[in-house]
Structure formats: C-alpha cells, structure tokens
Design a protein around this ligand. Sequence first.
Ligand code: GLN
Length: 250
Amino acid sequence: MGRMVLRICHLYPELMNIYGDRGNIIALKRRCEWRGIEAEISLLSLEDKPDPRLYDLFFIGGGQDREQEMVCHDLQKVKGEALREAHAAGACFLAICGGYQLLGHYFRTWKGEVLPGIGIFDAWTVGGETRFIGNVVAEWEDGGGRRTLVGFENHSGRTRLGPHSRPLARVKVGHGNNGEDGWEGCRCGNAFGTYLHGSLLPKNPWLADEIIRLALSRRYGEVELEHLDDSLEERAHAAAVRRAAGKRGG
Ligand code: GLN
C-alpha cells in the first residue's frame, strides 16, 4: 500500500477555538507524520460546503454563545446535511464544548435562545446560570477503565444524552456533561463529543490514536498504528491528573 493520507476538515477554525483547541489539529498532524502518514488539513468556514466523501475526520472546537449563533445558522443552511451524510458513512468527528453542543439536537442558552443543532449526537444542552469551570479527570469508557482523559472545562451548558448516544467517559474530578449524572462527553458512531479543552489530544495521546485509527480505517480498512514514544505526553497527562486531584483535596 502507498503512503496513507488522513484527510481532516477543520470547521470554523477562526470562530470556534478556545483554550488551545487548535492544538488538537497539531497533535493529529504530528502523530500522523511521525508514522509516515500524510495529514491533509482543509479549513472550512462560514459559507463553505464540505464534500461529505472527501474527509475522514471532522474537527470543531469550542466557542462562546455569540460565535455559536453564527455557526448555528451556517450549520443549518450550508453544512448540516453534508456533515450528517459523512457521519452516516462512517467519517470520524471530534467536537469540543461549543462544537459538541451544536452537533447535538439543540443548545438553549442561559438567556433562553434556542440554537438548533444538526443531530449527529443524540444529545441536547440547556444553559445554566452558573458555569462549570476547572480541571477534569475522567475515565474513558472504551479504554477498558485503564485510561483516563484530562482537560479543562468552562461551560454554562448542561448536556443530556439520549438513548442513541453513549457516554465517552466517567467523571472523576470536575463536572462533565451536566454535573449530575457523572458522565463526560458522548460517542455516537464514530463521532466523539467532549467538554475537554486544554487542548485535549496532546495530553491524551491514546484518544488521539483511537481517532486517527478510526478515521483511517474508513479508507484503508483495519489499520494498526505504529507505536510512538509517548513518555513526554504521559508526563503531561500525569501532571494534569495530579493538579486536578490536588485541587479536589484542597
Ligand atoms: N457557550 C457554551 C457554554 O457556555 C460553550 C462554551 C465553550 O465552548 N467553552 O456552554
């Protein structure tokens, strides 16, 4: 087989980018390149229509309510159908915070305005008067209980999952989806939604690799990724766990 190419579509890069969400794209690109896999990144913003067959991975970061409103209109008018088609055909998605909310059924802001979503996640979000802010440690469900995910959350939205979604992780420290049911994030087919900024993937390389593997397998069948030396990433992860645990204790 020739050189593999991972085609990534970065949605609304200038509007949806909080706490270094863009770092997720850098991590994906580097982890591909270290293995000799080419990562092709296309930036799509307002009014750009994606070709649902072209991309294997879609990424959308977090945003404030104001940016979310602009993006919501564009998703409804321009991109929603193509993104739903890509998801149904097995493309991978990673959606952070405000992006996660807009890929669900709707986000009702704390002011009561309803922003319709595109329904890739069977989930809905209602803004509360207080914000959930702080470090998060969660146990990744698909990691067989062995893998934690770390990140930083800052959101007013409380997200609930419907029966067609499964939670991504169980919260150990922090609030996650809604601060009540103990879940963080969501998985629907090959779409991952999460409240974790930070950015997420550099400090959680096992999740980065799972996403790369799933995204590549759509075009290339079962793919086994070459092992990388993640000692630096693991140290960053462990430091984030310690920091979060310290805060909980104090
Ligand atoms: N505006 C949304 C909320 O407050 C998302 C914020 C974010 O992406 N950090 O819930």
